[in-house]
Design a protein around this ligand. Sequence first.
Ligand code: ADP
Ligand code: MG
Length: 359
Amino acid sequence: MIRVEHLKKNFGQLEVLRDVNANIAKGEVISIIGPSGTGKSTFLRCLNLLDQPSGGEIFIENENILNKKANVAKIRQKMGMVFQHFYLFDHLTVLQNVTIGPMKLRDKSKVEAAERGMELLKMVGLAEKADAYPRNLSGGQKQRVAIARCLSMDPRIILFDEPTSALDPTMVSEVLGVIRSLAKQGMTMVIVTHEMSFARDVSTRIFYMDEGVIYEEGTPEQLFDNPQREKTRIFINRIRNLEYRINSPDYDLYALNSEIEAFCQKHFFSPKMQHNILLLTEECLQVVPLTGGLDYLLTYSEKSSQVSLRLILPASTGMIFGADKEPDTISLAIINGLTESLTESVVDDSLIIEMILKK
Ligand code: ADP
Ligand code: MG
């Protein structure tokens, strides 16, 4: 469906894409992940010619789209694109937003376009909003209209550029749900996303982009559980972990809590799990002395779906749960109730307390 060979893109001196090579088959769902600024958006924009590549070749259904004779308008119509921001027409109703493309660009009659438009709105769960205006919709609803609008042009491929990153966290899953149903229907899609658990369960393959190339690619299992190259490993580890430095007893509890909440939402933890992590954090920080500072490290392993919390303190603190000190019994009871295991060990200069939360 898509074949990319030695694709290059410079912006002046800046070499963003150095040598991108990819083959994407019909019905595949590819998620592109990677640090920001590594050319993920530029890659999508080159695929549908919103950016003119500096070199290389792109074939869409075996047609060389960089060929001077290629019909750019026609090629673009094969590819729908959904952006982070929705760019709906504010002065048109939801249904009109979905019918204007087919009517203006595809010569569809109003009746025909409206019929198909309603079908698509139904599919994205917004048939009831057909006559509403975009200003009356939530961000998640607007993005679903944008997806319906994209589908109204009957694309063969859909490119998504961070479709959920401008949304309030509570609206992310309604949009991902729609994308997931498109995947089930066999739509070929390329999705730039930071939603790792979503990428993991919807994708046939993951591309990790860095250094101007597809630095590593593989099935979700290969890439998330067993990345082979250094930078992929670092990236994957960073999204799995929440690291927080606490320097003194006057640390900012609210900032820590909101990072924990964001982490939980990113990984689609249940409200109960989120509650338990917050409670465990609070109780632990009551029990352990904070005067020497500590590193707080929350880790989620998708493989075992286990959440663990590690606290790293100076070894001079002395054992807390072991023999040395008598922690507050109520806190201790809560901590025991929330965890499957708790180990305490001294390694070099550090006291490491590791807890695995009950599921
Ligand atoms: P990503 O989507 O991975 O965050 P982008 O593709 O948006 O990365 O950008 C890659 C690099 O290219 C960035 O350094 C960005 O500043 C630069 N860039 C993107 N678009 C342009 C442009 N139109 N002009 C100049 N530089 C650009
Ligand atoms: Mg981008």
